[in-house]
Write a new protein. Sequence first.
Length: 216
Amino acid sequence: MHHFYAYLQYRWPHLVALTLAHVGVVATSVAIASAIAITVGIGVYRTQRPAEATLAVANIFLTIPSFALFALFIPVLGLGYPPTVTALVMYGLLPVLRNTIVGLRSIDPAIVESARGMGMTPAQALWRIELPLAWPVIMTGIRVSTLLILGIAAIGAYVNGPGLGKNIFSGLARLGTATGLDLALSGTLGIVFLAVVLDLVLGLVAWLTTSRGLHE
């Protein structure tokens, strides 16, 4: 353990750089996946078959083995950031899409009808009434998506993607040596640390962006 502490002290700047890169690729992927999933969810939640079809497609994405998906993108997107983000976006769609549909469908129709009775257009009712009421459920989906992507992002190192996966892969390639264990352990613990921090941050964001009346 003393050797690991010494390693952390010596490689601290490098670990910070990898951590920031990991956060960057995860944040980018979650933002893109959330934008797509929420938009699609809004478009299909009122109709059963389109909603089931989009959820089925998102489910299929999630069942594709991550190594295979990253590898499939190499001939098209090359190595590095593009294949990593593309794969992570695909994996991040389902939790947000499902929660968007569930959240919007869980709203009492009488509330929406009342808004329409007050003269709101369907678009106004959606933005002022439905989305704010469904937002806590949608944010839960975003939190789940973030934690899911956070772990899978490490596999992006397989296609030279950014982040802590570089240390994990380097460590696994050197198993049996002290350096190999330090590399793998630092990458793994870094991801665990980020999972705790990002979940707390997103929990705070959810609380701050949720209508005050829904906190009671």
